[in-house]
Design a protein around this ligand. Structure first.
Ligand code: ADP
Ligand code: ZN
Ligand code: ZN
Length: 727
């Protein structure tokens, strides 16, 4: 054992292996002691791994003889600063993942294999107009004046900073704060002009400014088009003026381009992007610019929540209710919840924006944990769209389209306006069946109907991806009367193109946007003016702005009304309000049609009469009565195996391994809501606790036991803390 007061000679390292633990290594005599956050190469098994130093210690709990030694230190300075390191480790702990996988995944791909950091794109400082004025006015003295004079004739590359005298370096920081010196990259565009804020926006901004400095969470709860983005912009501009960084998260890649453009035009600074659509090189560059503090406004999707923010000033999460913020494999983190944790550690405010806040967020606001600001009306004083139900029991419908819906579409096009038809199912029809004997095509593995993709001439299982040819006649009775049952976006597209042959029509779903090129082509295919029709899945609910969109139709809301998932009503209400929000953003008023066989369903009645917030309040009451989240905490163990017996042997062993604790309710083992996926059987075990703390105390040791169960070897399993899907 080493002397306790000797220099640290043991490194605790996080390695990208699927084990929920850290590994100790000795540090060779000749190595300097690294800071936590530095990458190292270490021997592991028969090979080597790249890991991240988490702590430097004098000695290990293990005898020194059992420790291997570090092969190489890969960085001079920590790649992850103390806050980011601690926050990622917290995430691994909370969502029960491997700390090493979490840390390495937080790095851009280009930095995971131990390569040296690429050089940052040269940045340069220059005088702003104010800086020129200050120089001419002769207001400055000393180092400030020297620096202004130096910059009056040439930009100053950032990498020459090290050679500046200390006094001038301090002056640079001062003059940047004053706006006299700006990054040369920011000079391309002058900030755009903001509209004069309306009274509601002004009030919201005043409340935000009145908050004490440091960590705070504000739910900016405003109907679509109420001007939430203008409030974000005003706050971001203030953060920029203090020379601090803002991280803006949006739920999906499709929203990045338009958001980046709006931020850039208004703020007049370059926007750094972090999302999975970028090449590894560009991602690493943006990440490193964030780490250096040079990136001042970072915009990204879920994974951007792992961006380094050494000069953090603000985090904005747009559409905070969106389920895309939850990672659905690997470490199943929630970007909003992790952002809150980071903001707390960084001592900065968070703005959560939505027209349809998550029930969890409304509950937190009601408990006083979040400030709650409402923007109740559209900023441009346009009326909210009018929502009507079409009773499918009283209407004949063809290809999923009722006569009143078709009439409304015709009238819209006659007025030269645009429409959107929404259906959350791709393909031509969800079922292909025989009119003679009732046979229908099922996936042989999943025992669920195959979706008929008519144009592609095949049947596809949307669970396991299995493809089959379309049989020419019924395999059961030989009849050729095979027919579509139900409708998907492809069928709607076909029927609507036939009905309105002269109207430009575009289908947007996973099939038509499979590639980035296809996605980009879509955005330019609809005319700017004149009638047009969009048909698609929930991808339509976000982005895809049509300026003259006045009619939105949802061909069926019924699946959401009768789902076994307790979150389905919340999701359906959010979806209806979000798609409705797309209508009437321009000058003409909007109309929303919902087709249903259950026009008396309380959810629909309440949504139509009281709006989202009234419905949310009663959904929260139901959750309270049923002791469901946010009034309880869930964790889900999922497993899948090729043999059913192996699956349940594992789940039984997992249940038995859970320490009996009065505070935790265990449901299962049980089959998953969709019990087959391809050749595998799926099952699960649900843990529910009234207290988050008690649940977590039980989960951590349990996860370690699961790793060692012999029954776990032959199957896949995963843990999901605060699951959003129950399957
Ligand atoms: P949200 O983010 O809540 O959907 P936006 O900020 O995008 O709302 O605003 C909706 C529309 O109203 C945008 O076209 C925006 O430019 C405009 N707008 C917002 N605030 C104002 C205002 N105070 N005066 C005039 N137009 C505004
Ligand atoms: Zn048949
Ligand atoms: Zn299948």
């Amino acid at each position: 054992m080493t002397q306790p007061d000797a220099a640290p000679r043991v490194l605790r390292v996080a390695l990208p292996v699927p084990l929920r633990r850290l590994f100790d290594y000795t540090l060779p005599e000749s190595f300097r002691t690294p800071m936590p956050g530095v990458r190292v190469r270490v021997p592991f098994g028969h090979s080597t791994r790249i890991g991240v130093v988490v702590a430097c210690m004098a000695c290990s709990d293990l005898p020194a003889a059992q420790l291997k030694s570090v092969s190489a230190l890969l960085d001079d300075a920590p790649l992850l600063d103390a806050e980011l390191l601690a926050s990622v480790l917290w995430a691994a702990e909370y969502w029960l993942g491997s700390p090493g996988e979490a840390l390495l995944n937080a790095l851009p791909v280009a930095l995971r294999d131990g390569r040296a950091l690429p050089p940052l794109r040269a940045q340069a400082w220059m005088l702003s107009d104010d800086g020129h004025v200050a120089l001419q006015d002769d207001r400055t003295r000393g180092a400030s004046r020297t620096l202004l004079q130096r910059l009056a004739t040439a930009t100053l590359p950032a990498d020459s900073l090290r050679t500046l005298p200390a006094a001038e370096r301090a002056a640079l920081a001062r003059l940047r704060r004053a706006g006299h010196i700006i990054a040369a990259a920011d000079s391309a565009a002058a900030p755009g002009v903001a509209p004069a804020l309306n009274a509601a926006q002004d009030a919201a901004l005043a409340q935000l400014r009145a908050q004490p400095p440091g960590f705070s969470v504000t739910l900016l709860d405003g109907v679509t088009g109420s001007g939430k983005t203008e409030v974000y912009l005003a706050r971001i501009a203030e953060v920029l003026a203090q020379d601090r960084q803002t991280l803006v998260l949006v739920p999906e890649i499709g929203l990045i381009a338009q958001t980046a453009q709006r931020l850039q035009q208004r703020l007049g600074v370059s926007i750094d992007l972090l999302h999975s659509g970028l090449s590894d090189g560009l991602r690493a560059e943006a990440w490193l610019r964030a780490r250096s503090g040079a990136a001042r406004v970072l915009l990204g999707t879920r994974s951007a929540v792992f961006a380094p923010l050494p000069r953090a000033g603000l985090i904005v999460i747009d559409e905070e209710h969106d389920a895309s913020y939850k990672q659905q494999d690997g470490l199943r983190y929630h970007a909003r919840d992790l952002a809150l944790k980071r903001a707390q550690a960084l001592g900065i405010p968070v703005l959560l924006g939505s027209a349809t806040p998550a029930l969890e967020s409304l509950h937190n606001a009601a408990r006083g944990r979040y400030a709650h600001l409402r923007l109740a009306a559209r900023a441009n004083a346009r009326p909210a769209p009018h929502v009507e139900l079409i009773d499918l029991r009283r209407q004949r419908s063809e290809h999923g389209l009722s006569a009143p819906l078709l009439d409304a579409l015709g009238a819209t096009f006659a007025r030269d306006e645009q429409a959107m038809v929404f259906r959350n199912r791709r393909g031509y029809a969800p079922v292909l069946s025989c009119a003679q004997c009732g046979w229908h095509a099922d996936c042989p593995h999943c025992a669920r109907p195959l979706t008929w993709h008519r144009a592609a001439q095949r049947l596809e299982c949307h669970l396991c991806g299995r493809l089959e040819p379309v049989p020419p006649r019924c395999p059961a009775c030989g009849s050729s009367a095979l027919q579509a049952q139900g409708h998907g976006t492809e069928r709607l597209e076909t029927a609507l193109a036939e009905r309105f042959p002269d109207i430009p029509l575009l289908r947007v779903d996973r099939e038509t946007t499979r590639t980035r090129a296809a996605q980009a082509a879509l955005d330019t295919r609809l005319p700017e003016t004149g009638p047009a029709l969009l048909v698609g899945t929930q991808m339509l609910a976000k982005g895809h702005d049509l300026p003259r969109l006045t009619l939105v139709a949802v061909t069926s809301v019924d699946e959401g009304l009768y789902s076994i998932d307790f979150r389905a009503p919340e999701r359906l209400a959010q979806l209806i309000v979000q798609v409705a929000g797309r209508a009437g953003r321009g000058s003409a008023p909007g109309r929303v049609l919902l087709q249903t066989r259950h026009p008396d369903h309380p959810l629909l009645l309440q949504l139509l009469s009281g709006g989202y917030h009234a419905l949310a309040a009663s959904l929260l009451e139901e959750r309270r009565a049923a002791r469901l989240p946010p009034f309880a905490y869930h964790a889900l163990l999922r497993a899948e195996a090729t043999r059913e017996a192996a699956l349940f042997a594992f789940l039984d062993a997992a249940r038995a391994a859970l320490a009996a604790d009065a505070g935790i309710e265990i449901v299962g083992p049980m089959p998953a809501p969709l019990p087959r996926r391809g050749p595998r059987w799926c099952g699960q075990l649900l843990l529910a606790g009234a207290q988050r703390g008690a649940l977590h105390r039980a989960l951590k040791p349990w996860a370690l036991v699961l790793e060692t169960l012999p029954q776990a070897r032959a199957l896949r399993w995963s843990l999901d803390v605060d699951p959003l899907e129950m399957g």
